[in-house]
Write a protein that binds this ligand. Structure first.
Ligand SMILES: *[C@@H]1O[C@H](CO)[C@@H](O)[C@H](O)[C@H]1NC(C)=O
Ligand SMILES: *[C@@H]1O[C@H](CO)[C@@H](O)[C@H](O)[C@H]1NC(C)=O
Ligand SMILES: *[C@@H]1O[C@H](CO)[C@@H](O)[C@H](O)[C@H]1NC(C)=O
Ligand SMILES: [Zn+2]
Length: 523
């Protein structure tokens, strides 16, 4: 495998090679009925500033600040910072350190299943997504973990499922595939290293992939081994804080397989889950205690998240493709994934639209068991909020399955109850947790739910390593290199410059002040 020449992301269509007419983008943005006049003005200023930043590179940060803050008609944007809303000073560390922790399959609400004093300590003195963190679609482990660290939806970062086939090469991706050609976008560890800083990963999907400036260095990058006790993982991360201050990695990841592991076996409502949650809480306690012992707990930024939730699946919530035979036969080898995301790539010569039409005809006929719980789409006709079309790795025919249902090829004895995830990310049971604790997070603050693609910008903002000085303004916008993006970016969602693309109009209200205690912009 030639790791030095990863396959390029999908080429951009010609129409996007030219910089778009800025006014078009602004006009589209302005048509957003939810945007207040002052927000529109704010956006105009951001856009002008971004152009400047791009054109004159670093020098522009000053210009940006000047433009931004000297704008005469802007409503007050620099209200006095009250002492209580300022980022707290570091007491021991010499720079910000972010520890990103994932508890796999930690469904939103699990934190109330049992006493979780340590997680609640982070919540009490930190910032929490009050109704949980929204995963990306499909709500599966690899797509979501990689969205968290790249700020990109799966269609753009390339990991569109836990398993898939690249239609151009016929190569199979699985969760052990570490060739860089699969992993698009720029994960946080790479961004950090690009800025001359150190990162350490104690497991995270994609972290073993040597790509760009990230070499997965010995000692700082652990190869996945699910047998390593959680305690050892925590203790290793704690040891990084024993290094001389300048050598402490500024970004670290820590990953726990639980409670996803139990959730699949027994579903979300079982004493085994309760115990798994209690154990995760003990690990958080071990971590807090170790950080306190080193005098750095208040200095370290801890971001605790999950990748997705979990829902119970049970007998009789099944849909069989063979039942569609009177309308269309779907052979096994067309199907790349069954549940909870049905993905079908018909062979050349079979029209995907025809497959979709016939399948939906059968499913809605009332004659297919549970048929109404599956709806099939051409990927480009999926609801746009799923952002699940812009990659040729995504098969042309996608079925959305109702929560807790499963699709199988044929009737079998294999009907057992358990748990699953992967469904539409609008489904509440797929939500997970977001808790941020550290000098830049307000204490005891609740924020509305948001999608995990925002975490990339959140972390770069905390580390102050984003593009020039625009980080605070753009922190809830997704920023990505132009070249990393796929072909069908909706231009009304995008403002482009030569080097960067700023995604506006995310599906949640975008308020740059939502996370930070030291916010300078009126909200
Ligand atoms: C929250 O932080 C304050 C100030 O450091 C501390 O006194 C208090 O004990 C903390 N609360 C919890 C629940 O840890
Ligand atoms: C995985 O971790 C376990 C427990 O630390 C260890 O005994 C085992 O040798 C490791 N496996 C590999 C392949 O490193
Ligand atoms: C682009 O986004 C706008 C506004 O959200 C929407 O009306 C339009 O249908 C989208 N276009 C495509 C091609 O998805
Ligand atoms: Zn997972």
């Amino acid at each position: 495998m030639d790791s030095s020449s990863p396959i390029k992301p999908i080429p951009l269509p010609a129409q996007e090679e030219d910089p778009p007419n800025p006014s078009t983008a602004l006009l589209s943005f302005n048509t957003d009925s939810g945007t207040s006049p002052s927000q529109k003005h704010f956006t105009t200023i951001i856009f002008i500033a971004l152009l400047l930043v791009t054109c004159i590179a670093l020098a522009a940060s000053g210009a940006f600040a000047f433009l931004f803050f000297s704008s005469p008609s802007q409503t007050p944007i620099t209200p006095p910072i009250s002492e209580s809303s300022r980022a707290r000073d570091l007491t021991k560390l010499t720079q910000s350190v972010v520890l990103l922790i994932s508890s796999d399959g930690f469904r939103f609400g699990y934190q109330f299943k049992t006493s979780t004093p340590n997680i609640h300590r982070l919540i009490a003195n930190g910032t929490e997504a009050e109704m949980g963190l929204i995963p990306v679609f499909p709500t599966l482990t690899f797509p979501n973990h990689y969205s968290i660290v790249t700020g990109l939806y799966p269609a753009y970062h390339g990991i569109i499922n836990n398993y898939f086939v690249d239609p151009r090469t016929g190569d199979f991706f699985n969760m052990g595939s570490h060739e860089p050609k699969w992993w698009l976008g720029e994960p946080l560890w790479e961004t950090v290293v690009n800025h001359g800083l150190k990162a350490a990963t104690y497991f995270w999907p994609g972290s073993e992939v040597r790509k760009g400036s990230w070499t997965c260095p010995d000692g700082l990058c652990k190869f996945y081994n699910g047998s390593v006790p959680f305690e050892d993982r925590v203790d290793t991360v704690l040891q990084y804080f024993d290094l001389p201050s300048s050598e402490i990695p500024v970004f670290m990841t820590l990953y726990f397989e639980d409670p996803d592991h139990q959730g699949h076996k027994v579903g979300p409502d079982d004493p085994e889950i309760t115990e798994a949650v209690a154990r995760i809480d003990r690990m958080i306690g071990r971590l807090i205690e170790g950080l306190e012992k080193r005098g750095v707990f208040e200095d370290v930024t801890i971001i605790l998240v999950g990748d997705h939730g979990m829902v119970g699946t049970c007998d009789k919530k099944l849909i069989f493709l063979d039942d569609l035979a009177p309308w269309i036969e779907i052979p096994k080898d067309w199907v790349q994934s069954y549940s909870p995301l049905l993905a079908i790539r018909p062979p050349p010569g079979v029209s995907p639209s025809d497959v979709v039409a016939k399948m939906n005809e059968g499913l809605s006929s009332g004659k297919v068991e549970n048929g109404k719980n599956l709806k099939v789409y051409l990927k480009e006709n999926l609801p746009s909020r799923l952002h699940y079309a812009a990659s040729d790795r995504i098969p042309p025919v996608i079925g959305l399955i109702e929560e807790a249902f499963k699709v199988e090829q044929t009737r079998s004895k294999r009907k057992e109850c358990g748990g699953a995830h992967g469904y539409d990310n609008a489904v509440f049971s797929m939500r997970t947790i977001f808790i941020g604790h550290g000098p830049q997070f307000a204490r005891g603050k609740k924020v509305p739910s948001f999608e995990n693609v925002q975490i990339y910008n959140l972390v770069t903002s905390i580390l102050n390593i984003q593009v020039g000085q625009i980080s605070q303004v753009t922190m809830c916008f997704r920023v990505a290199k132009f070249s990393q993006l796929g072909p069908d970016i909706n231009m009304s969602d995008v403002i482009q410059t030569q080097q960067i693309v700023v995604f506006l109009r995310l599906k949640v209200s975008c308020n740059p002040c939502r996370f930070f205690a030291h916010c300078r912009f009126s909200t």
